[in-house]
Design a protein around this ligand. Structure first.
Ligand code: G3P
Length: 226
């Protein structure tokens, strides 16, 4: 199961890659512009932080298949290592995914709102689909159920496409898509950090240390061979 950072903030990426078992980084135009940096140098900086063996997901901007394909080719040529091109599931997007699959360029179909969006993208050869869980919830839908149904369709019909669930507002949604069978999640850095940033854990750790120091005096273990 993949754990991916949905951000282009290099400070966060550096920290999370150092501490957590991270599998890659997803970006989109809105995420990139927040950093106010030139596009390609930013992507290369992210690449240098995560290494060549982790997936870097980069989204296209053009809305016609020809433009999407050209952008996809430029992206994979300009960035080293494992790159996945993110393409929205429009008519033109599906056409582009189909063509890029025939060229061996890996794609992720993004802005997925329904199981049939995902089905079409997988049939076209997308390597990943990204259902937008929180945005589906905000439309009074059920993002977790959409993930569950995509998983059932892919499994029943042996479609070789991974669900990288995206768009989360809280950890509960992430936990539920893990249970629903998503193959991975991509989430904002602060949400990933909050998997483990629980006051009870810090409080327990402080108690253990205080108890230890009260008898042994030292703030660490000293094991001496006899
Ligand atoms: O990866 C897709 C994601 O960035 C969308 O998330 O939180 O803007 O709905 P959000």
């Amino acid at each position: 199961m993949r754990l991916v950072i949905d951000s282009a903030d290099t400070k966060w990426i550096k920290k999370l890659v150092d501490y957590f078992p991270i599998d890659g980084v997803t970006t989109n135009p809105s995420i990139v512009v927040k950093e106010k940096k030139p596009f390609l140098p930013l992507l290369r900086e992210i690449r240098s932080l995560i290494g060549d063996d982790k997936d870097l997901f980069v989204q296209t901007i053009s809305t016609d298949a020809k433009g999407i394909i050209q952008e996809a080719e430029s992206i994979v040529n300009a960035i080293s290592g494992k790159v996945v091109v993110k393409i929205p599931v429009t008519m033109e997007g599906i056409k582009a995914i189909k063509h890029l699959h025939s060229l061996g360029i890996r794609t992720l179909a993004t802005t997925v709102y329904t199981p049939m969006n995902a089905f079409l993208a997988a049939k076209a050869g997308a390597d990943f689909v990204a259902p937008y869980v929180n945005r589906i919830d905000n439309l009074s839908g059920n993002g977790v159920k959409v993930v569950e149904e995509i998983e059932a369709i892919f499994r029943k019909h042996e479609l070789k496409c991974e669900i990288l669930a995206a768009s989360f507002k809280n950890v509960q949604q992430i936990q539920q898509v893990c249970l629903a069978g998503a193959h991975g999640v991509t989430a904002a850095p602060d949400l990933i950090e909050s998997f483990i940033k629980i006051p009870s854990i810090s409080s327990n750790v402080e108690d253990f240390k205080r108890d230890w120091v009260s008898l042994y005096g030292e703030e660490h273990l000293t094991i001496e061979a006899e």
